[in-house]
Design a protein around this ligand. Structure first.
Ligand SMILES: Nc1ncnc2c1ncn2[C@@H]1O[C@H](COP(=O)(O)OP(=O)(O)OP(=O)(O)O)[C@@H](O)[C@H]1O
Ligand SMILES: [Mg+2]
Length: 443
């Protein structure tokens, strides 16, 4: 039996595209350009529903709730060009089976449909406990890699599983840890941050586990450790690779049995705390070098890897827009050329570096429009702007411009007014550029 798939997208072209891709794969497809039209069908006859999120009238999330009510067993895949942590969370919370960001390739779509139809048989029970959206902590970005990352966060947020977050410096590890906490049912409980790299090891031990009065010189009163004080909530161990291996084994013992004994104390206390840790060093290399205990690594059930900014350059404009608002400059714009420069940069310091560049630029050149010459020095040398690794073909701007002009002139048989019109520039500018590039009509 052919699997039956129903497709809903208010964009008729996108709808038709998906219809054809799936039909070619041998599915029985019906498509609709509005949610109410689809709801008139007997959805019990279908094996899978794929819907756009943003649609006039009834949107994809409303449709999803409707389906959850009437056909709770129908798998739903939501699609959107506006991926964010909130919509992803909302979609997954409402019971969407999966979520794909547009634009996607036929291959991505095929793989996803196949996977969902396969796990359909395996899926029996789903948790329906609602989660409130995060208040303060917000990860920004709607690139496919970030949406994938949100899905992982959404799936592990409310479990007890300890999580190790890996990523280069400034990629948002702490923000991710906060999101994990605020998206979990522990959100009313403490979120305690420990910067392992910033505290000397012996002090770190007494900070984490606490001590009894008189347990060492200077311990003139009893001290509750950070683990205990995070009770019921989350303890975030930042830069966990900076912990000595001796302290790592103490942590390991705690993670195994959930018990804490204060230094110099006899009582053992049971503490329910979720452990989230971050590392900006390559943890496998640290293990290989004997600096990180393998058994401790295995206590982390989930490992989340945050992609560096250069692997999600399409998030740069959205990050900038949000940061400008946050910094109190909602009306400042970035010129297309400056944006191009920023998107082409490699961002070794990731999102934090981007934040820093914006702050510096606004401070030194407080203009309404940010131009390339307003950016810090390192953006002005050509070498600093590395080739965009995630774009298949990259042509230097001038070359691209020259090519566009040649095409426009050819198309119009060298009618300069019409060519200028096509290119959206005036005739004088076109003439200057023709001269600059030394273009001549081929006879
Ligand atoms: N995806 C994101 N969306 C919005 N802001 C972000 C994002 N990622 C990082 N930031 C911002 O960038 C800065 C650095 O983030 P964060 O401190 O979470 O990074 P980190 O990975 O812990 O860095 P480090 O390795 O240096 O400790 C923060 O101001 C944070 O708000
Ligand atoms: Mg950090």
């Amino acid at each position: 039996m052919k699997a039956r798939i129903i497709v809903i997208d208010d964009d008729a072209v996108a709808c038709e595209f998906l219809h054809e891709v799936l039909q070619r794969d041998g599915y029985d497809v019906s498509s609709f350009t509005s949610a109410p039209a689809a709801l008139k069908q007997n959805l019990a006859d279908y094996d899978l529903l794929m819907s756009d999120i943003r649609m006039p009238g009834m949107d994809g999330l409303q449709l999803l709730s409707e389906i959850q009510r009437a056909w709770p067993n129908l798998p739903v895949i939501l699609m959107t060009a506006y991926g964010s942590l909130e919509t992803t969370m909302e979609a997954i919370r409402l019971g969407a089976w999966d979520y794909i960001s547009k634009p996607f390739s036929p291959e991505d779509c095929r793989a996803l449909v196949k996977k969902v139809l396969e796990v359909r048989e395996l899926r029996k029970h789903r948790s329906s406990e609602p989660l409130e959206a995060a208040e303060e902590a917000k990860l920004i970005g709607s690139s496919p890699v970030m949406v994938e990352f949100y899905k992982q966060i959404a799936r592990v947020a409310d479990s007890q599983a300890s999580v190790l977050i890996e990523g280069e410096s400034g990629t948002g590890k702490e923000l991710t840890a906060r999101s994990l906490h605020s998206m979990s049912s522990r959100r009313q409980k403490p979120f305690v941050v420990v910067h392992c790299g910033a505290i000397p090891d012996n002090l770190l031990e007494s900070e984490l586990f606490g001590y009894e009065k008189g347990s060492f010189t200077g311990a003139d009163h009893q001290h509750v450790g950070l683990i205990e004080s995070a009770g019921g909530g989350t303890i975030f161990l930042d830069e966990i690779t900076e912990m000595s291996t001796a302290l790592q084994s103490k942590l390991l013992r705690f993670m195994q049995d959930g018990e804490v004994r204060r230094i110099g104390g006899h009582d053992v206390r049971h503490v329910a705390v979720r452990v989230v840790a971050a590392a900006n060093k390559n943890i496998d290399e640290e293990v290989a070098a004997g600096r990180f205990r393998l058994d401790l690594l295995y206590r982390f059930i989930v490992r989340l890897l945050i992609p560096p900014l250069r692997e999600r350059r399409s998030d740069v404009p959205l990050l900038i827009e949000t940061m400008l608002k946050k910094l109190g400059y909602p009306d400042v714009r970035v010129s297309p050329e400056a944006m191009e420069t920023l998107m082409g940069y490699d961002w070794p310091g990731n999102v934090r570096e981007l934040e820093n560049v914006l702050q510096q630029t606004l401070l030194l050149s407080p203009f309404v429009v940010i131009l390339p010459e307003n950016l810090p020095d390192r953006f002005r040398t050509r070498a600093a702007v590395r080739v965009q690794a995630d774009l298949p073909a990259w042509t230097p701007l001038e070359e691209a411009e020259r090519e566009q002009i040649v095409q426009a002139l050819k198309k119009t048989d060298w009618n300069q007014s019409r060519a200028a019109e096509i290119l959206g520039i005036d005739r004088k500018t076109l003439r200057t550029k023709i001269r600059r590039y030394g273009l001549q009509e081929e006879k």
